[in-house]
Design a protein around this ligand. Structure first.
Ligand SMILES: [Zn+2]
Ligand SMILES: [Zn+2]
Length: 395
């Protein structure tokens, strides 16, 4: 507690900020430091707790007033006034794991739903709780991203226990309302302090917030209502996915963890890791490649065959093509399933200078060199660039 930061400072607001300002500052900070967005980041986790603590005090008119008047002594649980800092945050333990934005919303609702406000405890805390989202990485090839694919993925997640259908109660036995909290899932304690009665709310220790107790727990899931299971899913990767991004994300609705009390299951986010290709680069729906051509092809024109991702592609080189020119092959890029459009293939030509000419060929070139040059193409003035480009090719 030594260098505890001022709650207003934590939320980045001024003392005297309005209720709305406090709420919106909290929302911003909580989103920023939410563990789902900062996995394995201890610092963010600490910040997140700090932000939640600050908000739990500043959003409560009673506690805010005490904090404004007495500082931490007015609200610090360690100072013996029970309340703001630690208690009521029992739910946060879950953040270390995989709880998703659904879980975040629940905590958020817990704050805004009147839990700390005063008269009515519980709110929707014991109502349907959405299951957590899951994030998983998947490697796919360049071609799979271009043409689409169906890929199997294995993931280990909580699923509803088949024995008890998620109730957590052994077959034939029942659940009944928790006697400690009367089914609210939270208990309230009131402590008398020199500042008056301080009320605090925390997760019911008897039912762990579910509001119900089980007579005989299901032996399969030990009363949890869910079991860890490795499941295999087929993921449909749409053609043209990612638009050239390296790590696009696919969302599989409802494939996350199961919800609680009839809540919706979470979502599965698959972060695709698209492997680079040896010959092609991609930007949006366009493919990029480089081909070597010789002096004769550049000067006289030619038709060359490019080995495409699936088929051979004919590329017409116009006569008088300058080194480094990029030719556009319309419609030979990526067909994007989402937009229905097909990109282009951009072919950069690199002029390769022959190194082992026969005597006859050398003689012909000499004769060519001595002939009067009728027209000097403009690009050939840039000698330095020209050689750079050829060098690129050999690299
Ligand atoms: Zn069970
Ligand atoms: Zn209870």
């Amino acid at each position: 507690m030594a260098d505890k930061r001022d709650y207003y400072e934590v939320l980045g607001i001024q003392k005297g900020a309005s209720e709305d300002e406090i709420k919106s500052a909290f929302r911003k900070m909580a989103m920023k430091y939410h563990p789902d967005r900062n996995p394995d980041n201890k610092e963010a986790e600490e910040k997140f707790k700090e932000v939640n603590e600050a908000y739990s005090v500043l959003s409560d008119p009673d506690k805010k007033e005490k904090y404004d008047r007495f500082g931490f002594a007015g609200v610090d649980p360690n100072a013996g006034f029970g309340g703001a800092g630690g208690s009521g945050f029992g739910g946060f333990g879950g953040f270390g794991g995989g709880s998703g934005f659904g879980g975040f919303e629940d905590i958020f609702n817990m704050f805004t739903g009147g839990g700390f406000g005063g008269n009515s405890y519980g709110g929707n805390y014991n109502g349907p709780v959405e299951g957590a989202d899951i994030q998983q990485r998947m490697n796919i090839s360049f071609e799979e991203a271009v043409f689409g694919a169906k890929k199997k993925i294995k993931l280990t997640k909580n699923v509803e226990c088949a024995s008890c259908h998620g109730t957590g109660a052994k077959d034939g036995t029942s659940k009944h309302t928790c006697p400690s909290c009367g089914g609210r899932g939270q208990v309230e304690t009131v402590q008398q302090t020199i500042l008056g009665a301080m009320r605090s709310v925390r997760t019911c220790p008897t039912c762990h917030g579910t509001g119900e107790v089980i007579d005989i727990p299901c032996p399969e899931c030990k009363g949890a209502g869910k079991v860890r299971k490795t499941v295999e899913l087929t993921v449909d990767i749409p053609a043209g996915v990612g638009g050239g991004q390296n790590s696009p994300v696919l969302t599989l609705r409802g494939q996350g963890e199961p919800g609680r009390n009839g809540g919706q299951p979470g979502d599965l986010y698959i972060v695709l890791n698209i492997q680079p290709h040896k010959v092609f680069d991609r930007s949006g729906d366009d493919l990029y490649t480089t081909i070597p051509i010789n002096f004769t092809q550049a000067a006289l024109g030619d038709e060359v065959t490019i080995k495409g991702l699936r088929e051979n592609i004919t590329c017409k080189i116009p006569s008088g093509t300058q080194p480094g020119t990029t030719l556009r092959l319309r419609g030979k890029g990526v067909r994007n399933a989402r937009t229905g459009r097909t990109g282009d293939m951009m072919v950069k030509v690199n002029l390769v200078v022959p190194t082992n000419l026969t005597d006859g060929q050398k003689e012909l070139l000499r004769q060519f060199g001595e002939a009067p040059v009728v027209e000097q193409p403009p690009a050939s003035k840039k000698k330095s660039k020209w050689s750079d480009k050829v060098k690129d090719f050999f690299d």
